[in-house]
Design a protein. Sequence first.
Length: 319
Amino acid sequence: MTQDQRKNAWREQDSRAVLEAMYTAVSAALESEAPKGVTPDQVNRLRSALVSSLTPEVTLDVRRAARRFFEEEARREKRAVVKQTRAEKEADSVERLSLHIRVQHMILFSSCILLIITGLPIKFHEAAVSAFLIDIMGGPSVTRVLHRIGAIALTFIGFYHLWYCMAFEEGRKTFGLLMPKIQDGKDALQQILYFLGIKKDRPLFGRFSYIEKFDYWAVYWGMVVMITSGYILWFKDQTINAFGKFVFDIGREAHSDEALLATLAIVIWHFYNVHFNPRKFPGSLTWLNGKITLHEFKEEHPLEYEERKASQEKEGGAT
């Protein structure tokens, strides 16, 4: 018997039970309300008429109630499964990035994307695709404004992050862990030797690998160059009057070349390591939810995993 057949059988059984209860209730009501002198035959005929008239409506109500009940049960079971699945995922995940850091990252990559799509078409203005991009964004007068909005956002997040690294405990701790160390050079060398088949084991990383540190400091270097040269171009007359055209020309070349370098670094280096790597493809959602799986944690940051595990065991022993 299929599930639908079982449900139909239950509905029929429930309908019969309700009808029997209704028959009993009607009989009791007639016995109490029937006037004196009424014959049993009259009571039976009235009872039969009442039951016959009420049966279709009661049956329909029973079917509707049963349908609503089973639909609600199905939704409840589905919610329970979703809740359990979410709980299992939560138990199998580790927070990698706090909300504070994620918001900073979102502002950073949003401003960078805006700067890239409005800036590169100017550098490669002879390409047909550049003219197309500028046209769909509203023309040079609009892209100029959008580019400066992106520049202001990049400047804001750059200085905000400096303040974050000084004013917040999380920022100070993270900044300290991101400082390059001699071990990073050793890890990079071991990684190269591993890829060449000379070393059997990959290097073991803590909170941040040399790759992530390179990502971080490349952004800092790029922001210093891009923001400085960008404002030189923005305030052209003031720059030339104060420092001469030589400084302006240097700023223009630095801005153009660093923009291309930053774009290639983001698309080739950062996107591959974070999203296009076979272990991450089709992409990581850590930038959005701040979490990585426990397996990724053990695989990519084993030293931090062991450190956190030892700390938890120590706290558990202390309690």
